[in-house]
Design a protein around this ligand. Structure first.
Ligand SMILES: C[S@@+](CC[C@H](N)C(=O)[O-])C[C@H]1O[C@@H](n2cnc3c(N)ncnc32)[C@H](O)[C@@H]1O
Length: 352
């Protein structure tokens, strides 16, 4: 089920420093980016990040940069921040650890350290250590509550259950032998998890997926498969399953939907649950974690239009992430000191 929004997506690109972005406060819903890594590549542009003399200076610049992103990011927003390491005098400089430590001290919540495990990769000449085949993607938020569509992600990239924090993704190939630094799948996964499809133009709140439990189980598990067989061969109904889900394992009465508000199970609900338990025996437990389905998307109280969620890449480079986000229907904001040639820079934020 796709969520509706009223307005068409917009695409903006700015020739600007990631530390001084010419857009309003609270104007983007999501950031996904890969900053220049420390002492890796000279982009040959004035004010570039990445050429600092020490890791400590680089870390300081990163904290300052994310402070600017805090300004433009809405309260429900997330940052998916891909950062790699560099060897310094034969030792890893520890850039991801140092940056994440400093960001945490600066008030960011580090919700996940996602391991990007690279399939394949360039050969490395070192004969006395393993080739580096992973990078980190830190999921950062400024608040404890934030937009997150785990259900949508789990159904796209798993079998419905939480697929975990290791992403096995190979490099996309550009033309010839050049490796694109940022694979499309990495961007797609990040956006699927954290970028809201629609946001209210008045209060700025995103529409959230609403879920309800079904009577379907994940039959890849033996126990669940057997529970489903017994259920299908019995005279039990969906109402029995809802009653089990309402009453829960301990009979304490958890459901809000069909409770009487006294904190106890209504008699008819308890009766249905007892009947179901009689038939299913111990297998009744399986139905307390049955699959969920989307029942709708939340609406705020404003009577205003919804716009598409807006993603920003403040080091957009050749624009891979912007292209991926646009193809998924999101609005995009690209920022780079040297923006991609195929897009015309937006001259002035105030003209938008
Ligand atoms: C695509 S990202 C880096 C990708 C990958 N992590 C790497 O290190 O190769 C690099 C981009 O950041 C841009 N850049 C460097 N310093 C910048 C700054 N201060 N503000 C905005 N963009 C900057 C560069 O022009 C370049 O296009």
């Amino acid at each position: 089920m796709r969520v509706e929004s009223d307005l068409s997506p917009t695409n903006e690109i700015y020739e600007a420093d990631a530390r001084d972005i010419p857009i309003d406060d609270n104007s983007v819903d999501f950031i996904v980016t890969s900053p220049p890594y420390w002492q890796k590549r000279d982009y040959g542009v004035e004010d570039q990040i990445g050429q600092e003399g020490t890791p400590e200076e680089f870390v300081e610049v990163m904290v300052e940069t994310l402070d600017e992103w805090r300004r433009v990011l809405r309260p429900h927003g997330s940052i998916f921040f891909n950062i790699g390491d560099t060897y310094e005098s034969r030792s890893l400089a520890g850039i991801p650890w140092k940056v994440s430590d400093a960001l945490q001290n600066d008030g960011w919540y580090i919700r996940n350290e996602i391991m990007w495990a690279k399939e394949g990769g360039m050969p490395e000449p070192a004969g006395n250590r393993l080739a580096n085949r992973h990078e980190f993607i830190f999921h950062l938020t400024q608040n404890k509550d934030y937009f997150y569509d785990l259900w949508g992600y789990s159904n796209e990239y798993g079998n419905g259950s939480n697929p975990g924090d290791v992403w096995e993704i190979g490099h996309d190939r550009n033309t010839g032998d050049h490796l694109a630094p940022f694979p499309s799948e990495l961007v797609e996964r990040s956006l699927t998890l954290g970028c809201p499809p629609a946001v209210c133009t008045e209060c700025g709140k995103p529409r959230e997926r609403e879920l309800r439990r079904t009577d379907k189980l994940d039959e890849s598990r033996q126990q669940a498969k057997r529970a489903m067989e017994i259920y299908e061969q019995s005279d039990l109904t969906k109402e029995h399953v809802r009653a089990i889900q309402s009453v829960g394992i301990s009979d304490a009465g958890k459901a809000k939907e069909i409770q009487d508000g006294t904190g106890r199970n209504a008699d008819d609900v308890q009766k249905l649950a007892d009947e179901a338990k009689e038939v299913l025996g111990g297998y009744f437990r399986e139905f307390t974690f049955a699959k969920k389905e989307t029942s709708g998307w939340s609406e705020c109280d404003c009577d205003a239009e919804y716009e598409r969620g807006t993603m920003m890449d403040p080091f957009c480079g050749s624009g891979t992430s912007l292209d991926v986000a646009a193809s998924m229907g999101f609005s995009t904001v690209g920022v780079d000191l040297d923006p991609p040639e195929h897009v015309q820079p937006t001259l002035d934020a105030s003209t938008q």
